[in-house]
Design a binder for this molecule. Structure first.
Ligand code: PLP
Length: 407
């Protein structure tokens, strides 16, 4: 049965659970930093599939690697040894030297990568302490986002995600970003870990301060806690470094990754430093599709593309974009703040309805996202050019002008 494209909104509504409020755009193809709709209208993509297609849509080198692996095999199972998985693991661990002797678990998504980190921390807390002071509490942060499974929702510090899900998975408690006292308020003899996104993404692109992360590391060391960095949105070159933690100079015990790792194919990773890597034993954790060979082939290519010169270009182009955005801020009072690192940028507005700005840009050929109603979030592919930045700035400026006049 052929899908009637003109009726796709109604057909979607008939068959899907109501989880996604989709934008009015029906996609036909995508290449590098561009997406085309079914009328062949071209859009400049400043979303990258929410920080996923970092090296560009349908990147030629990634496609070649995927095709090669497709000719070999698509799936076998983690019952056997899979060379492409091992090659990926070795490549990424070599890129993660600061986590001494680290080991990896491969899954399919960000939520799963975080579930693995949470399970490992809880198990470590169990086996390394007597039953009397068995430790299991994890300190997370207000406004965070860690995923949509029951445990990762419970770890997410936003009440709107907790509605209707109570009782929540125990035991996650919440501190405030850049507020050391707030950590001491919830720290107790049951605490086993602190978990955070170095730059909160869904929470409105809010970076932690360097000083605060140093302090968090210190608290973890003093209290024998694991420090877990959820770098699912902010790693894989997004900030101009491969990992955001490299920018901060604070090394976690566990890093979780997904999104951009395989540039659009599902792959999650939980990287654990040597001290904690023996906590799991055979049978403690697993995933049928985890570390899919096609995804691993794509991911090896992504890691190769993200060399020093590529990352330097990300820093240069992001400086240009930040500079242009700061100029807009001087002109339009509805822009309250510009923040973020590299090509992970939040434009906080003094008005609600940032979604109107997003819709305006979409109509004029630019895709951006909006979070919390008042933060425009820019996550362009890392391959954008100066010309792309100029185009995006022109459209956004028109949108701010239009919104200012409408106010
Ligand atoms: C920081 C962070 N952690 C976890 C997740 C969950 O990832 P996934 O949707 O792949 O499960 C997301 C997704 O947006 C995220 O941004």
């Amino acid at each position: 049965m052929k899908i009637d494209i003109n009726n796709i909104y109604d057909i979607e509504n008939e068959y899907f659970l109501k989880t996604y409020k989709r934008n009015n755009l029906v996609i036909s193809k995508a290449k590098n930093q561009f997406i085309w709709d079914i009328t062949n209208k071209r859009y400049l993509d400043f979303t990258s599939g929410i920080s996923v297609c970092n090296v560009g849509h349908c990147n030629d080198i990634v496609i070649e690697a995927v095709k090669k692996q497709l000719d070999n095999f698509m799936h076998i199972s983690n019952l056997y040894y899979i060379p492409i998985q091992v090659k990926f693991a070795r490549t990424i661990i070599n890129k993660t030297k600061l986590l001494t002797g680290a080991k990896i678990f491969l899954s399919n998504s960000g939520a799963e990568a975080n579930e693995c980190a949470i399970k490992l921390a809880r198990k470590w807390g169990f086996i390394n302490h007597t039953n009397i002071d068995h430790r299991y509490e994890i300190i997370c942060f207000k406004n965070s986002f860690h995923g949509r499974t029951m445990a990762t929702m419970a770890a997410t510090g936003q009440n709107k995600f907790h509605e209707y899900l109570i009782p929540l998975q125990e035991k996650f408690v919440f501190a405030e970003i850049n507020n050391v006292e707030s950590i001491y308020k919830v720290l107790n003899k049951r605490t086993i870990a602190i978990m955070l996104e170095p730059i909160q993404g869904e929470g409105g692109v809010v970076p932690f301060s360097k000083e605060f992360l140093y302090k968090v590391r210190e608290i973890c060391n003093e209290n024998n806690l694991l420090l877990i960095f959820d770098e699912i949105q902010c790693a894989v070159g997004r900030t101009g470094k491969f990992y955001a933690f490299e920018y901060y100079g604070v090394v976690p015990d566990i890093i979780t990754l997904a999104k951009a790792l395989a540039n659009g194919l599902p792959l999650g990773a939980t990287i654990v430093t040597k001290k904690y890597s023996d906590a799991f034993t055979y049978g403690d954790h697993g995933s049928t599709f985890g570390g899919n060979p096609i995804s691993c082939a794509a991911a090896i290519t992504v890691l190769n593309i993200l060399n020093n010169q590529f990352l330097e270009n990300v820093c240069n182009i992001s400086q240009y974009l930040h500079y242009k955005l700061c100029n807009l801020k001087k002109k339009y009072s509805i822009i309250k703040d510009i923040r973020g690192l590299g090509l992970m940028i939040g434009i906080e507005l003094s008005i609600k309805n940032g979604h109107d700005i997003m819709r305006y840009c979409l109509e004029h050929g630019l895709l951006i996202t909006c979070t919390h109603d008042n933060v425009i979030r820019l996550l362009p592919p890392l391959i954008i050019t100066h010309e792309d930045v100029d185009f995006a700035i022109t459209i956004m400026e028109d949108a701010f002008k239009w919104k200012t006049l409408k106010k």
